[in-house]
Ligand binder design. Structure first.
Ligand SMILES: [Zn+2]
Length: 631
């Protein structure tokens, strides 16, 4: 069963299709974020977040859960049934950090933890410390909640990343033994089994991509075919909680637990890419529209319900009760990128712009300025008396009992440069505008494209083509939907945005282009069916969503009594802040009253800050959406 790794095809990039896709990803080492907020974030991720996560694996007991099985720890099992996945996600983060920086700083840690996992692995290939140490009788016996295949999926993804990033195969040996066990037990001709928490599907496709071993792809396909036929005992949360309510090809709405739905969709899209099964892409197109046209928060977050960590109904998007789990944004980024590679129906620009919204807002807000405190839930409003809940505290926390989110941020930030650009036949595409160096893939030449910009604070993007380029090559640059009249200006004049959201110019040695984006702050409203946001506006500038935080208001101004005066010009203040003109809403008598017009009082100027930076001072009220005042 074990074919040798096809090292010639190994590329240091997550989601590396081997079937021919129109868009092909570029390896992480060839796309370097060199300046601006994304580069600073990656540096903080490598220097603070990843070391913090490594420390927390000891503090939280994750590593002791392995050691106790070897008689090397007296500790009781700690954490939730899927605690092992925290370790695997941190290993994956380290792998992409190695791809990015060639760091050797984590080598000895990797030696230790990979050896630990290998020693805990049973001769059969099985490894899962909760099952092995706490409930061996549950092995593959309660797939609806044990998360065994979810954990296996993260082990496989970490192993694939380590091979691609560092050429290191020791964890791959462990992962393949486990994957082979899954194939033997649940593959064609075996038991019907699917996991309550999707994740294994995308991992198995990636393992197939790395090894060329078709049985892994077949198992992923089989698990997708089996979902939606009631294999999992539904329990009180209902079958839609884990997307077992309807066959995947008939599921046109994003429902149930948001992270599960979005991870599943990443796997389904991967299987489509490698098999060409159009019925899967049709379902994914419908799902993508469901999630992004009717269920996404302005920040690029998902999940309006704390109960079940679930998507709400269409247009059910309350700000202060937003669950908006960090992992759901990570999962959607991974899925949306796969939809871009798969050339899905929403179009390349829409996928790229969604990823941009997620990266600069929901994902950036989930981690604090030190890189060591994290939000699990990411509401768009916090009230003065906001109560803390386990996964929705008032302030970012250093870790969680359910610690899925912090390592997910770490692995995503380490791989951010993978989402900046792609290559199609004869063209380099710039999807994300960032200060970066991009080495051309061999098919386009040996040169480098250098993008110089202070984006998103500054709307000027200069693009220089340096070195050799093959004749006839083209450059495609995304023009964001909020700046549609911007042009790509080169030596032969301006080039307007094509209908697909990209402007095109020759990719020629020595060429220099300038894109000037319109960063005029703008007011945004929501669809009229979003009752929670009716009559309210949000402020955006470029891809950045703003909020007003009580910390910026002088007493007696209260963020919950402010209304924005449109269309008064919004000016740009210091350090990415905006200055809004607002009126105070005069307090009404009582909770309810006659239908008379709201009364407005004095006018004030109010500072708004990027939503991504809120909560870095004392905890307190914040809101993205504010009522609109009459002119
Ligand atoms: Zn999470």
């Amino acid at each position: 069963m074990s074919a040798p790794a096809r090292t010639s095809a190994v590329r240091a990039v997550p989601a590396s299709p081997i079937a021919g896709t129109r868009h092909r990803p570029l390896p992480i080492p060839s796309v370097r974020l060199v300046g601006g907020p994304l580069a600073a974030w990656q540096q903080r991720n490598g220097e603070a977040t990843i070391p913090h996560c490594i420390e927390q694996l000891d503090v939280s007991g994750v590593l002791d859960n392995f050691r106790r099985l070897l008689g090397e720890s007296d500790a009781e099992f700690r954490g939730l049934v899927f605690a092992d996945s925290d370790l695997y996600k941190v290993i994956e983060a380290v792998a992409w950090e190695i791809a990015r920086t060639r760091t050797r700083a984590f080598d000895s840690w990797l030696d230790d933890v990979i050896a630990l996992v290998a020693r805990v692995q049973e001769p059969s290939g099985y490894v899962d410390t909760w099952i092995q140490g706490v409930a061996p009788e549950k092995k593959f016996a309660a797939l609806e909640w044990t998360h065994e295949m979810y954990v296996a999926g993260h082990l496989i993804q970490a192993a694939v990343a380590l091979v691609r990033a560092a050429g290191r195969t020791d964890l791959l040996d462990v992962a393949r033994r486990l994957a082979d066990l899954l194939v033997e037990r649940f593959g064609p001709g075996g038991e019907d089994g699917i996991c309550g928490h999707p994740e294994i599907e995308t991992a198995l496709v990636e393992l197939y991509r790395l090894t060329g071993e078709r049985t892994y792809l077949d198992l992923a396909s089989r698990m997708i075919d089996l979902r939606g036929h009631g294999l999992l005992p539904a329990g009180s949360l209902g079958a839609h909680y884990f997307q077992d309510h309807r066959p995947v090809r008939e599921s046109t709405a994003a429902v149930g637990h948001a992270v599960r739905q979005l991870y599943l969709n990443a796997g389904v899209t991967d299987v489509f890419v490698e098999t060409g099964d159009d019925s899967l892409l049709r379902a994914m197109d419908a799902q993508w529209n469901s999630a992004h046209d009717r269920k996404m928060y302005l920040s690029g977050a998902f999940g309006s319900r704390h109960r079940d960590e679930a998507f709400g109904d269409d247009y059910e998007l309350p700000s202060e009760r937003a669950y908006a789990e960090t992992c759901a944004t990570v999962a959607d980024l991974l899925w949306t990128w796969r939809m871009l590679l798969a050339d899905g129906g929403a179009g390349t620009a829409r996928y790229a712009e969604t990823i941009e919204r997620e990266v600069h807002n929901a994902l950036a807000a989930a981690v604090d300025a030190t890189g060591t405190r994290f939000f699990y839930a990411n509401p768009l409003q916090q009230r003065r008396d906001h109560h803390s809940e386990e996964n929705a505290p008032r302030e970012r926390a250093p870790w969680y009992v359910c610690a899925c989110c912090p390592p997910n941020i770490a692995r995503t930030v380490a791989q951010l440069s993978a989402y900046v650009a792609t290559v199609t036949d004869g063209a380099l595409w710039l999807h994300q505008l960032a200060d970066a160096e991009i080495d051309l893939p061999a098919e386009l030449g040996t040169g480098t494209v250098r993008t110089v910009t202070g984006y998103p604070a500054d709307g000027r993007v200069e693009i220089r083509v340096e070195g050799d380029v093959v004749p006839g090559a083209e450059l495609s640059v995304r023009i964001p939907g909020w700046s549609p009249r911007s042009t790509l200006v080169g030596p032969d004049g301006p080039r307007e945005c094509d209908g697909d959201g990209y402007a095109r110019a020759p990719l020629e040695p020595g060429a220099r282009y300038v894109l000037d984006l319109d960063l005029t702050p703008r007011l945004t409203t929501a669809h009229h069916r979003v009752d929670a946001l009716r009559g309210a506006v949000a402020v955006e500038r470029g891809p950045v969503v703003y909020c007003v935080e009580q910390a910026d208001l002088d007493a007696p101004l209260d963020v919950d009594d402010l209304a924005v005066l449109p269309p008064a010009p919004i000016t740009v203040g210091e350090r990415d802040t905006l200055v809004l003109r607002c009126r105070v809403i005069n307090a009404a008598d009582g909770l309810y009253g006659p239908d008379t017009a709201t009364e407005f009082g004095d006018e004030h100027t109010v500072t708004a800050i990027p939503f991504s930076t809120w909560g870095n001072r004392a905890p307190g009220p914040m809101r993205v959406w504010l009522p609109r005042a009459p002119r």
